[in-house]
Design a protein around this ligand. Structure first.
Ligand code: HEM
Length: 264
């Protein structure tokens, strides 16, 4: 329902306080109201004509920029080289306000590494509390969601899947969509142990409705999970699934930049 004026005021006060303080890099991954910007990049071939000392300087400048923005921005890095024709790496940037994320992106592109890259894709979304499978509206499914948690080895891989739903979906009642989302959730529960997931809402902010983000050590499990979601009726309302699907290895940013600087 509509929020009371006091609640809106309290939320704004919270958001302002969060922006003023140094961000907590663990908490920002769990909070609602966080902006996530995903960007993929291709390294220009001319970069490899540069002296190795200059490429080494490029790596140092990238680390310095990440450090300079760390009070406002969390940056995660992913290597896509060899797995995508469109890109060599991806950055996922979290901030409580979009401007802070953009300031980081701008400084990154000015480094001696960034200036030799092209941005090939960007996706922006915001995190929210659950819309459907809540304690109130779907108590059993909500409980099932917290009954299992990730227990496999440290995830090595990430998969990003942008998703757009059609007008028919958005014109259904909330109750109809809730029942679809319960049918979505049922076959996915068994994968909670080997797939970590995160959802970003993008309607109106980007050309898609959702950015879905996954981490796993088990690509076979992820493939089975995706097949199980192809088989539910919700899939009839997908206008876009992937395109691109971005598969990568999760790596510290210094590894990603050093590898792409031919220094490893
Ligand atoms: C461990 C596996 C997964 C689990 C447990 C899971 C569970 C859920 C749940 C509970 C929701 C509803 C959130 C809410 O109440 O607002 C949801 C939404 C969603 N999931 Fe999944 N999911 C999984 C995997 C996937 C995969 C593989 C995809 C697609 C690649 C996907 C795409 C989505 C999308 C797009 C939504 C938002 C739908 C909407 O609001 O219309 N999920 N998921």
């Amino acid at each position: 329902g509509p929020m009371s004026g006091t609640m809106v005021y309290a939320q704004q006060a919270n958001a302002d306080a969060e922006m003023a303080m140094d961000i907590d890099h663990a908490k920002i991954l769990k909070d609602a109201g966080v902006i996530g910007v995903f960007a993929t990049y291709k390294v220009n071939p001319d970069y490899y004509q540069r002296a190795s000392a200059e490429r080494r300087g490029g790596v140092e400048e990238v680390l310095a920029v990440v450090d300079a923005h760390k009070s406002k921005v969390r940056v995660d890095a992913y290597l896509t080289r060899g797995l995508s024709s469109e890109s060599d790496f991806m950055l996922r940037v979290h901030a409580y306000d979009l401007e802070a994320a953009q300031n980081f992106m701008t400084d990154f592109l000015e480094t001696r590494f960034g200036m030799h890259t092209e941005v090939t894709e960007t996706l922006t979304g915001i995190t929210k509390p659950l819309n459907y499978v809540t304690k109130e509206d779907s108590p059993d499914m909500n409980a099932a969601l917290s009954s299992a948690s990730y227990s496999d080895e440290e995830p090595k891989y990430s998969i990003v899947v942008p998703i757009e739903k059609d007008a028919e979906w958005w014109n259904m009642s909330h109750e109809e969509r809730l029942s679809h989302m319960e049918v979505h959730t049922a076959p996915t529960l068994e994968f909670l142990v080997n797939v970590k997931r995160k959802l970003y809402h993008s309607t109106g902010l980007d050309d898609v409705d959702f950015i879905t983000y996954f981490e796993t050590a088990d690509l076979n499990a992820f493939n089975n999970l995706a097949v199980s979601l192809m088989e539910v009726p919700e899939n009839l309302y997908h206008e876009q699934w992937g395109e691109p699907t971005i598969l990568s290895t999760i790596q510290p940013i210094e590894n990603v930049v050093a590898t792409l600087s031919a220094l490893k």
